[in-house]
Design a protein around this ligand. Structure first.
Ligand code: NAP
Length: 325
């Protein structure tokens, strides 16, 4: 098999595409021939040793994939060779094959393409857990999504819309805002050119958004937090801008507001039953045509470094998917 290897976690230049022995699946494990894998921001952090989870070196980066089961280890009863699967394993996806625990893989329903399935678990799992489990969004509420054309942002726009919310999508360019409207956002704000606090005031008749979904962080966090509605919920998703912001806590007091942390990867491990239930509902939304991954680039697996360059240049709308022939 071939895979991208990270043995020196100092960034995208230090990873190499190598021939390595194909591993055998152990007890409870499955060998998957990868057809498609998608990039997440965590892949970029993990190869720089900046993610909260630090894999033992060397490792194969790549958190999620879809493919075909080639072999199963002992005591695997849920899967067999030839099954089509998708999964989120945190590492291992950027190659031609991966060995993964059977319990981390799900059967692909017939309508799912490999590309959509590879781009699905992390972004939709996170958005659903955040908006439905944590913030308990209700129909008619207003949700502000920051970085709304990104991977997790575009999924949040769709999940919030499917829940009956009014969605304000915020992004850094008019072009990205246009994409957000195409995937269902009711209103958009270009936070590079507009004053986001004034725009939020106008769009919500002075009330502010009930929920803020923020995967970006940085200097806009305090500004948008100040715009929250009474009893608002601020969802801490991530810090793509690089800076982890801090907030004066009196702002939460003044609005009866909640600051809610979201860590979908850990939730899916600690509460697999609830996560599984969420995915049944997400699959139904996909089948009904209410959610669909926004995939802007489809590149050969060997072009991972080009994919990372597009993400760091903020040139991606939605997801990048890497495919094996
Ligand atoms: N908490 C969880 O469970 C969880 C799960 C998944 C992801 N996350 C986190 O959510 C964040 C977004 O992940 P993602 O996979 O959706 O990433 P992504 O597709 O690259 O999107 C990130 C968005 O952030 C904005 N951004 C602002 N400054 C940026 C910068 N310096 N570099 C790159 N993007 C920048 C960009 O939108 P604009 O150009 O419009 O500003 C971009 O669309 C990451 O921090 C990730 O770790 C958390």
């Amino acid at each position: 098999m071939r895979a991208w290897i990270c043995d020196n976690p100092t960034g995208t230049d230090a990873i190499t595409w190598k021939e390595i022995p194909t591993p055998e699946p152990g007890e409870g494990e499955v060998l998957v021939s990868i057809k498609a894998a998608s990039l997440n921001f965590l892949d970029f952090l993990i190869i720089q040793n900046k993610y909260q989870i630090k894999p033992q070196l060397p490792f194969v980066p790549g958190a999620e994939f879809a493919g075909v089961v080639e072999a199963v280890g002992k005591k695997v009863i849920s899967l067999k060779a030839g099954d089509l699967v998708a999964g989120f394993t945190g590492t291992g996806a950027f190659g031609t094959h991966v060995v993964a625990p059977a319990e981390r893989l799900g059967h692909l329903i017939p309508d799912f393409s490999f590309e959509d399935a590879a781009a699905f678990p992390c972004t939709y799992g996170t958005s659903y857990h955040a908006l439905i489990d944590r913030a308990a969004v209700k129909a008619g509420e207003t949700v502000l999504v920051m970085g709304a054309s990104g991977g997790v942002g575009s999924a949040a726009v769709q999940v919030a819309k499917a829940a009956g919310a009014t969605v304000i999508a915020a992004a850094s360019s008019d072009d990205k805002c246009a994409v957000c409207r195409q995937i269902g956002a009711d209103f958009t704000i270009n936070y590079t050119s507009a004053n986001i606090r004034n725009e939020l005031k106008t769009l919500t008749s002075g009330n502010g958004p009930d929920i803020i979904f923020d995967p970006v962080g940085g200097e806009l966090t305090e500004a948008v937090f100040r715009s929250l509605a009474w009893k608002g919920r601020y969802l801490v998703i991530g810090f793509a801008q690089g800076k982890i912001p801090s907030l004066p806590l009196n702002l939460a007091l003044l609005k009866d507001a909640s600051i809610m942390g979201v860590f979908w990867g850990e939730f899916s491990k600690r509460e697999p039953q609830s996560d599984g239930d969420n995915f049944k509902k997400l699959t139904a939304l996909y089948k009904a045509g209410k959610i669909k991954p926004l995939i802007e680039h489809k590149l050969p697996m060997q072009e991972l470094q080009k994919a990372f360059a597009l993400i760091t240049a903020r040139q991606v709308r939605g997801k990048i998917v890497l495919v094996n022939d």
